[in-house]
Ligand binder design. Structure first.
Ligand code: AHM
Ligand code: MG
Length: 333
């Protein structure tokens, strides 16, 4: 079959087995695909439609909310309005889970998402993303979310959409990582790369250097180690876009390290910025499925048990060699 004919849905329905039944995966990804198209089309003309800038409100993370944060969150709720087999929606932008009445059965799922990742890029036409994680709900869970507050190893599928010069959707359901490009002529996500493998070693690192004085000395040692080599072929270049999705996508395709270390506050406690359940766990699942690694500096992120929906963790993710190097450098003490 010619590659332009291998649409996302056809690929899901005809591919190898995944961690959830194919029909369920297809139904959920079909909705995510609609969301990706709606957001992609809207971002392309957001500047002309008065959709840039802030709402004037603060979200539950204590961050100033962008108009596009609010709108993209609404797109998820709207598209999953009749979301069967999805019964619970959990978002970076909402304090509590939202449940779909009547659809919570033994065979239902939760979708956890960051509707617009990298929101500081909205007003400068920079790269943006959407991240999603899919979990199976326990039977008879009602509105309790205890069954979801479990390590990321229990995800059944995860992915992200990158809105760059082109729009790409990357996902895994536990049988490798595949990437689809939105073909604007067909208005379809078409298979671009199948069973992607992340290079074992890369030549770039991503970090917000402006925060360097707040990081543990181990992080400073790691950065010095990566950047002090005289030989250009073994030294690292800095790449940081302000959008986790875009920086991770570079690691996935070309190798390298993305980190958002814990920041040490006045009381000596270290705190990560990125959220565990809908930012770090899905990306960690993808990284591992592609042969890479994801750590909080001390242990695999997929083994960390969340205490609450909006927990945060430090992150070191990307090529196996660089993540191991970060752990050996005692980046989190
Ligand atoms: P967001 O989901 O509110 O946009 O926050 C997450 C973003 C990541 O995409 C990015 O890596 C990081 O926050 C950038 O933060 P900073 O501006 O502190 O470097
Ligand atoms: Mg984000």
């Amino acid at each position: 079959m010619a590659q332009q004919n291998m649409t996302l849905l056809r690929h899901v329905l005809t591919r190898k087995p995944s961690k959830l039944p194919t029909d369920d995966l297809a139904l959920i990804l079909e909705r995510i695909e609609v969301i990706g198209k709606r957001i992609s089309h809207e971002l392309a003309r957001a500047s002309l439609r008065g959709e840039l800038g802030f709402t004037g409100e603060t979200n539950i993370q204590g961050e100033e909310e962008k108009k596009l944060d609010e709108w993209t969150n609404w797109v998820f709720l709207d598209t999953f309005e009749r979301g069967d087999p999805v019964c619970s929606l959990i978002s970076e932008e909402m304090e509590q889970a939202e449940h779909r009445a009547g659809t919570c059965r033994g065979s239902s799922y939760a979708v956890l998402f960051d509707p617009l990742d990298g929101s500081s890029n909205t007003d400068i036409n920079g790269s943006l993303g959407t991240i999603f994680s899919i979990r199976k709900r326990a039977p008879n869970h009602a509105e309790s979310i205890e069954d979801i507050l479990r390590p990321g190893d229990e995800q059944v599928a995860a992915g992200y959409i990158l809105y760059g010069p082109g729009t790409q959707l990357t996902f895994t359901a536990g049988a490798g990582v595949d990437i689809f490009t939105l073909d604007p002529m067909l208005d379809q996500f078409v298979l671009w790369r199948e069973s992607v493998q992340m290079p074992r070693r890369g030549s770039t690192y991503s970090v917000n250097h402006g925060n360097i004085t707040k990081f543990h000395p181990g992080v400073r040692k790691l950065i010095e180690h990566m950047t002090s080599r005289k030989d250009k072929s073994s030294s690292y270049s800095l790449r940081y876009t302000g959008a986790f999705v875009a920086d991770f996508h570079r690691c996935l395709l070309e190798g390298g390290l993305f980190m958002y270390p814990g920041e040490i506050s006045a009381d000596g406690k270290s705190k990560g910025k990125l959220r565990l359940m809908y930012e770090l766990e899905p990306m960690s699942f993808i990284a591992e499925q592609a042969g890479g690694r994801a750590s909080n500096g001390k242990k695999r992120l997929l083994e960390v048990k969340p205490q609450a929906l909006h927990d945060r963790q430090p992150v070191y993710i990307g090529s196996a060699e660089e993540v191991e190097l970060a752990e050996r450098s005692n980046v989190e003490g």
